[in-house]
Design a protein around this ligand. Structure first.
Ligand SMILES: [Zn+2]
Length: 528
């Protein structure tokens, strides 16, 4: 932890009177005890497939049993998910631009890096085409690919979105998998993504350090999101000028156009990309852990309301200030602890709502929401998933007064969340920063894409407020860093209030007379 921010956070917590460390409230201390177990150094950051993750999975399975849940998968709490892993060997790899036969090597790590979310070819030599944002969205009258010949080409794009797109569409089409679907259909064989300046939530040096870690994809071929992609490169936006040399365009001109919302030109880049990509491939298994609170209504108990939270984090990585364990206390031991607590409270109260409630701690979220994707494709036998409430990094850093609801405008689950918030005296807000694409950046999106109405919630704040600043400081100083550990200020009351919201909401949804549905105005109803 850096001193300036430490001082700021401590001052902030003193000012708003939060509890630091232990809690007086029994519920809060039980929630916190789960966080303490899961984020302990002994679990080594719960990397997907690691021994530390397996210990976490055993812990969760034990608590599902203790809460009286039925095993979700033919007598087992555990669903084994098979992954392919790929790790770049940069010492045997190279990346270069070739102009008029002149080879200009790019430095891996500094100029660019290979993304191994895709399973790349060993050698690639292909023409380059700048495709603007690389989007083809007929309903928004956007087609960046029209008139371009992308057959056999590597598409270069800004991974920002046009500001004319509504927030949810930005979120949906912001994913590299969605872009690949469009670019593949146009004949491209690979991509070079240039993160726009606006997109740099995590500084280049930090995002690039993860490139040497193994990347994963689901082993089941039907669930591969990047079929036929032969190369995926992420370019350092500060070095991306090299791409546009000789094209008649400069990076700063293009970025300026993008930031001021002007249409981007699209053009053939007078260069080829030449790459050798050396990859160490392996396979690994990791577990989703799920239990079922069987519904009381024989007609409705085949319908499942799924409470999800990802159990994995990013494991052991680059040391920061001498600490190499990325504990993931808020991301997302906190969310798993929340649904563990909901299960326990339901058990203790003896409540049994009409529909079934399925509690699932999923693996592989940090690898691209893979465990939840697998779970949705392979739900518990005899169950139809009718709603999902996901909890990921809900950030109890200050009192819960406003509930931030991702997906609030999309389905009639908004009625339930507003009713619950109302009885608890909370106001409800949608994402105050839609440009961060939070709705599509966690496991709820695996449910959304398979047609299931879903929500995710966080402790809310208003843009430009004191709380917004605390949340922003948290993101820059702790998000995906070893300092997201047990030594950070947490508002225990906010955490237990949040657990209460999830509890009430799950029960309310499970008791609805009518199955949840997408709003007619929702973009996402297409997946139904
Ligand atoms: Zn994360």
């Amino acid at each position: 932890m850096r001193a300036r921010v430490a001082a700021l956070l401590v001052a902030a917590t003193a000012a708003i009177g939060v509890t630091v460390g232990g809690a007086s409230d029994a519920d809060a201390s039980r929630w916190w005890s789960h966080v303490q177990f899961l984020a302990d150094d002994a679990l080594e950051g719960r990397d997907t497939g690691s021994p530390g993750y397996r210990r976490a999975a055993d812990y969760v399975a034990g608590l599902w049993r203790k809460a009286g849940l039925e095993p979700a998968f033919s007598g087992q709490f555990v669903q084994t998910v098979a992954f392919k892993t790929r790790q770049i060997d940069e010492s045997r790899s190279s990346l270069a631009l070739v102009r008029d036969g002149r080879v200009e090597p790019l430095s891996l790590g500094e100029d660019a890096y290979f993304s191994l979310r895709v399973d790349p070819a060993a050698e690639v030599n292909a023409p380059l085409v700048f495709t603007g944002h690389g989007l083809d969205i007929p309903e928004a009258q956007i087609n960046d690919l029209a008139g371009l010949n992308l057959k056999g080409a590597v598409a270069v794009y800004f991974s920002t979105q046009p500001s004319s797109l509504p927030g949810t569409l930005q979120a949906h089409f912001g994913s590299s998998a969605e872009r690949w679907r469009m670019l593949r259909a146009a004949g491209a064989i690979g991509t070079i993504a240039v993160p726009g300046a606006r997109r740099l939530e995590v500084p280049w040096s930090r995002s690039t350090s993860a490139r040497l870690q193994p990347q994963m994809s689901l082993a089941e071929p039907a669930l591969d999101e990047y079929p036929d992609q032969r190369i995926a490169v992420t370019m350092n936006p500060e070095r991306a000028d090299k791409l546009f040399e000789g094209s008649g365009h400069t990076l700063s001109e293009l970025m300026e156009a993008d930031q001021s919302g002007k249409p981007l030109p699209r053009f053939v880049i007078p260069a080829r990309v030449k790459a050798s990509i050396a990859v160490t491939r392996s396979t690994i298994q990791s577990e989703n852990v799920a239990g079922v609170l069987r519904g009381s209504d024989p007609k409705l108990r085949g319908e499942a309301v799924v409470l999800s939270a990802h159990l994995d984090h990013v494991g052991i990585g680059e040391p920061v200030a001498g600490d190499k364990i990325y504990n993931g206390a808020m991301d997302n031991a906190s969310g798993v602890a929340a649904i563990l607590e909901v299960a326990a409270r339901l058990h203790e109260s003896g409540e049994r709502p009409a529909r079934s409630i399925v509690f699932v701690a999923v693996t592989g979220e940090e690898q691209g929401e893979l465990g939840s994707r697998y779970f949705v494709a392979h739900p518990p036998a005899g169950m139809t998933i009718v709603a999902n409430v996901n909890t990921d990094m809900f950030l109890p850093l200050f009192p819960l007064k406003t509930l931030m609801v991702l997906g609030l405008e999309e389905s009639d689950l908004s009625t339930d969340v507003r009713a619950v918030a109302g009885t608890l005296g909370l106001t409800v807000q949608s994402d105050p920063e839609p440009q961060r694409n939070r709705f599509t950046r966690s496991d709820q999106y695996s449910f959304v894409r398979s047609g299931v109405p879903a929500l995710a919630m966080k402790v809310g704040y208003n843009a430009n407020s004191y709380e917004a600043m605390i949340a922003q400081e948290w993101t820059s100083e702790r998000y995906h860093l070893p300092s997201d550990d047990l030594n950070q200020p947490v508002d225990m009351k906010a955490a237990t209030d949040f657990v209460n919201v999830v509890h009430q909401l799950a029960v309310r949804i499970a008791n609805r007379s009518i199955r949840p549905n997408w709003n007619d105005s929702s973009f996402f109803k297409r997946f139904r």
